[in-house]
Structure formats: C-alpha cells, structure tokens
Write a protein that binds this ligand. Structure first.
Ligand SMILES: Cc1ncc(COP(=O)(O)O)c(C=O)c1O
Length: 351
C-alpha cells in the first residue's frame, strides 16, 4: 500500500464518516433492491438537493451510471455526441455502445471541452444511411479536470433542445465542479437544462455507488418511469441498496461532498503553485488547473528519472510523446506529500 498516490482520486480510501454510515445500516434485516423505505428517503433527499423536478436512482459505478443514463434516452439508430477524449469513448471498453447498440460520435475538444460550433455542425438529421444525433454527453469537470462555464453549458443544452435532443452530464466528479464554480450541483445541471446526470460518489470518498438523475419530469417523465428497468437490465440494481443510500445520506449531510471536493481542489491548486514557484522555468503546466487534477510535461526528465519518480509517487503518463502526466488530488491528499514530491522533483541532477 502506498502512502499516497497522484494516480487517481479513486486510489484513495473511504471517508471515515462514510464507513460509519455503512456500519449504521448493518444491523438487522430489511427488504432488498431499494424497497426498504430508507433508500427511498435518501433518494428524495438527492432529488430535493437538485430541485425536486427529477428522479434519482442508485447504481454501482461510474460506467454503469453512464450506460444507464445514456441508454435511457437512445433509439437503436441514435448516436451520442461526445468529445473524442470522453470517458465513455476512451475508457469504458465500449460499454455504452454495446449496451445501447448506439454509436458514439467523437467531436474535437479543447482541454476536454467540446466546441459549440462543432456540436452544431454534427447535428445532421434525416439521412437514412446515417445514425441520428440524440444526446450530447459532456463531462463536468472534463477528462482534463477543466470546467465549462455556466453559459457554455446552457448554450449546449439549448442547442440540443432546439433539435429535440438532450444533454447528459457525466458528473463522476460533479462535486469538484460545483465547489470550484462556487455553485450548487443544481445550479450547474438542472438550472442550465441538463436532462440527465451521472452523479458521482466513488471518486470523492465513497466506497461504492453513484446516482443517475433524470431532470425535467414534464418533458422526460416516460424516460424517468422506465429508468428502473434499464438499470436492472444493465445489471446496476444492487440488492443491498441501503448500503449505497447510507453513504449518500452521509455524503449530503453537512455538505460533506462539497467539503471533500473542495479539499481535493485546494490540494491541486497548492500543487500547481508549488510547481510554478519551485520549478517554474523547468516544467510546463499543460492544462488550466480548475478542479482536482494537474497536468504537466516531464519532457525535460529522462525516462529513467520518470520511472524512479513513478515508483515512489504513483501517477499516469497521459501522453508518451509529450511526457504529459496527470497528477490527481483526492479528499485525503496531504500537503506534506505534495511537499515531498516537489522536493524530490527539484533534486539536483533530475533535470
Ligand atoms: C469522467 C469519468 N466518468 C466515468 C468514470 C467511470 O467510473 P467507474 O470507474 O466507477 O466505472 C470515470 C472513472 O475514472 C471518469 O473519470
């Protein structure tokens, strides 16, 4: 076990309050599959947080949340529009495509963000030989931990709605986005026209569990009513649902989800400032640091030096050509670990 890791925010453990919450519901017996009374109550809390005009259900993991969210909106001949770096395209082994039988159409991106005009240009309908765009999927924060502005999200939602389409937000780190943008989760999803949200937990201190949330029930009622069937078919209905519910109850209590997210965001900012102050001339920070990830190029370092660093500090090389690496902070990243990393990185002879 490593002391810490920059590899991913899911390399971290579970927040003690979340573990306590699991223990609290471990006594006695109750119905499974969320039919225990308690789980429903926690789902209503999530719905209240997001403005009540929505339907929430628990799923097991982020990939499952995306599969259930997107499949619920698709016809067999639909296509999902997404930035070419999207997790659903690059890192989910084709799960959405296999389960929904729909293609995902990759769009160009800048630092993980789709460009409005590229989305507009991809909205071509009516040719019977081509798949038909139905939903745009964006990640917030993006795959490079960057942020859309509220105006950008609203414009994308309006664009999709203007052609009868939908907006999905892969919010596996939505709490990090909310905290960094100084907004509530509702203000960056429902209020801007998001139709369906993958509301993440695991990357922000939970043991297991995410929620799928369908918004705007006047418009999306039928989809919301069918959500439980899609979830079951997608093998995302966990029999002991109360254990996910308990985690989410603790997650929302006293805004623990925001506290954890703001800590990881703060640590990323601290890491960025240390890198700039101590190594400013030697390394290049390659993406804007807006939530809990820092991207930099280790091009000046030899492969041997990078390997030695990676042994002590787990992190991934994002682009072998440019030696761009990703350093992720999590709810329990310690300042001291960052200091130690910077110290090692600034050692004489490394560059
Ligand atoms: C943006 C994003 N979406 C979805 C997922 C999938 O989550 P999981 O690994 O729990 O399936 C990840 C995981 O890293 C992710 O970064």
């Amino acid at each position: 076990m490593n002391k810490c890791s920059f590899g991913s925010d899911n390399h971290s453990g579970v927040h003690p309050q979340i573990l306590k919450a699991i223990e609290r519901v471990n006594e006695g017996y109750c119905f499974g599959y969320g039919e225990d009374g308690y789980t429903e109550g926690v789902l209503r809390q999530i719905e209240a947080l997001l403005g009540n005009d929505c339907k929430a259900l628990f799923v097991l993991n982020g990939t499952g949340a995306n599969v259930v969210s997107l499949s619920s909106f698709l016809d067999s001949f639909s296509t999902v529009l997404a930035p070419s770096c999207a997790h659903i395209l690059e890192d989910e082994c084709g799960a959405v495509e296999r389960f929904s039988s729909c293609k995902i159409t990759p769009l160009p991106h800048i630092d993980g963000k789709v460009v409005f005009d590229e989305v507009k240009a991809a909205l071509c309908f009516g040719d019977q030989h081509k798949v038909q765009p139905k939903i745009l999927s964006i990640s917030l924060p993006t795959e490079f931990e960057t942020l859309y502005t509220r105006e950008e999200i609203k414009a994308l939602a309006e664009l999709m709605h203007s052609v009868g389409g939908y907006l999905h937000i892969d919010g596996s780190r939505i709490s990090n986005a909310a905290s960094a943008m100084g907004c509530s989760v509702k203000e960056i999803t429902y209020d801007l026209g998001c139709d369906v949200l993958s509301f993440g937990g695991t990357k922000n201190g939970l043991l297991i569990g995410e929620a799928v949330v369908i918004f705007n029930l006047k418009k999306n009622r039928k989809i919301a009513d069918n959500l439980c069937f899609v979830r079951k078919q997608a093998t995302q209905l966990y029999s002991k649902n109360r254990f996910i519910a308990a985690q989410f109850e603790a997650y929302l209590k006293d805004d623990l989800y925001l506290q954890m997210a703001s800590h990881s965001n703060r640590m990323a900012k601290y890491l960025e400032s240390c890198l700039r102050e101590k190594l400013g001339g030697k390394i290049q920070i390659t993406r804007p640091v807006q939530t809990n990830g820092v991207y930099l190029s280790l091009l000046p370092l030899s492969d041997e030096a990078i390997d030695a660093l990676r042994k002590k500090y787990i992190f991934y090389i994002w682009d072998n050509r440019t030696k761009e690496v990703r350093l992720m902070c999590s709810f329990n990243t310690q300042k001291e670990f960052i200091d130690e990393f910077i110290e090692d990185l600034s050692k004489k002879g490394l560059f």
